[in-house]
Design a protein around this ligand. Structure first.
Ligand code: ADP
Ligand code: MG
Length: 443
């Protein structure tokens, strides 16, 4: 080093001593090292900057909300792809244009006013304006925030906008699907009502058929008797002798007919009374459906309800009603009868594949409550479904066979009565439903 320096020194600057050269070379070394260092820093900054730039670009491209950055005079400095797409312009062509130019009339005034306000107060503003997009004016929820420099002076604005059109559309769609859902629910409720009405009518038809055919057959017999009496009276009128009439009476078996006549009339009356009772039952079911809360006999109501279901069943099954022969409860008996019919119908449905199906209805008093239990020897309800069976629309039955509303409507009716309806463990593996209502007898 010294040699080179001295030689260089000798050649370039005669008289320049070695020590001076060392200083110069040191300085050069130092400067060079600083330069390298600076270069490294610069490169690091460059990488950082380009990462940042591509990060920003990715935001600008993928952000679905609008983002527009302007200078302090409102000229666009940068903007998101979503904004370009909305107004239908090329990014490069839009940069440098005044942002207010994309709003019209009153909307433009509102945007300008907001920007002036932000410039003055240095606090952000939020408002709704219509933006002129490719698809016409579209409502946008805009937020204008100040861009401040290091000395807290306004250097521009940052506008972010959320298009409300889509949001509103989504709302509308949500609302309409909600509406459809409500309609479908109403339809299902109607279906359940019609289904129970259908079952009831099947029972009614079956039950009316018996006494009516009875009455019908008896009128046939009456017709026959009438024919015979007529021919006898014709003889009487034509002045037949006593002997002739006695003989005719025996021939026509009028004595026996007279007795049968009475039986036929009694039979017809029985039949008619049965029809009247059925109609009475039905009338009570519909009239008391909306009736007043009053004491009624739960045992009697259970018997009638069970009978109605039984009559509508294709396959007969044993239904026994045991316990209190009179079990007074407080409520609307028509409504409670519907609950009973739902429970009995469910039990019957569950036992379609059971060999010796049996439904037991038990009435009892438990303290202040009148209690009815409807138990069957079907498969019961699996433990994991017990919480769900009272949910509206929960059904394990095939489409068209169950609406899943029976138990939820029943529970609603019972709760309106201040009572409870619950699933309890039966004696065997079958299902057991327990209905408890306030007692209806004075104690
Ligand atoms: N006695 C019962 N035995 C077994 N499962 C029952 C019984 N009662 C009700 N369930 C279950 O509860 C579900 C809901 O009953 P419900 O609300 O009356 O509607 P649906 O009868 O239309 O299915 C039935 O689908 C069935 O799975
Ligand atoms: Mg049901």
């Amino acid at each position: 080093m010294t040699n080179i320096s001295s030689r260089l020194g000798d050649e370039l600057k005669p008289g320049f001593d070695d020590a001076a050269w060392v200083d110069v070379l040191d300085a050069v070394d130092k400067t060079y090292a600083e330069l390298v260092d600076y270069q490294e820093q610069l490169e690091a900054r460059n990488t950082e900057l380009s990462t940042l730039r591509s990060f920003l670009r990715s935001i600008m491209t993928s952000i679905s909300d609008y983002l527009v950055v302007t200078d302090k005079d409102g000229f666009i400095a940068d903007l998101s792809q979503s904004f370009c797409a909305a107004i239908g312009g090329d990014k490069d062509a839009l940069i440098g244009r005044p942002v207010v130019g994309f709003f019209e009339g009153e909307m433009r005034d509102r945007m300008s006013a907001a920007m002036s306000e932000v410039a003055r107060e240095k606090v952000e503003q939020t408002f709704e304006v219509d933006l002129e997009t490719l698809n016409g004016a579209s409502p946008v929820d805009f937020r204008v925030a100040p861009r401040l420099d290091r000395r807290k002076r306004i250097s521009g604005f940052i506008l972010t906008g959320r298009p409300l059109g889509e949001l509103r559309q989504a709302y509308r769609e949500l609302e309409s699907s909600h509406e459809e859902l409500k309609q479908a629910q109403t339809q299902l409720v109607r279906t359940e009502k019609l289904a129970s009405l259908g079952r009831l009518l099947a029972g009614v038809a079956h039950e009316l058929n018996n006494p009516i055919s009875f009455v019908y057959a008896n009128t046939h017999s009456l017709q026959k008797y009438l024919d015979r009496f007529e021919s006898y009276f014709e003889q009487v009128q034509s002045g037949a002798s006593r002997e002739e009439l006695v003989a005719l009476r025996a021939e026509l078996k009028l004595e026996r007919d007279l007795k049968n006549l009475r039986v036929a009339i009694e039979g017809a009356r029985d039949g008619a009374e049965r029809v009247r009772d059925i109609v009475e039952d039905l009338r009570r079911l519909s009239a008391e459906g909306s009736g007043e809360v009053a004491p009624f006999d739960l045992t009697q109501t259970a018997k009638i309800g069970a009978q109605w279901v039984q009559r509508g069943l294709k396959r007969q099954m044993k239904i026994t009603v045991t316990g209190e022969s009179t079990c007074m409860a407080l409520g609307r008996s028509g409504h409670v009868q519907q609950v009973i019919m739902n429970l009995v119908q469910n039990a019957a449905d569950a036992m379609e594949a059971i060999e010796a199906p049996e439904i037991q209805v038990r009435l009892s008093y438990e303290g202040e409550m009148a209690v009815m239990q409807v138990c069957d020897n079907g498969p019961g309800v699996p433990e994991d479904l017990r919480a769900a069976i009272f949910d509206p629309f929960f059904t394990t039955k095939a489409v068209g066979r169950g609406t899943g509303l029976g138990l939820s409507i029943s529970q609603k009716i019972v709760e309106e009565h201040g009572g409870t309806l619950s699933y309890v463990q039966g004696i065997s593996q079958g299902a057991c439903f327990r209905l408890a209502l306030k007692r209806g007898d004075q104690r």
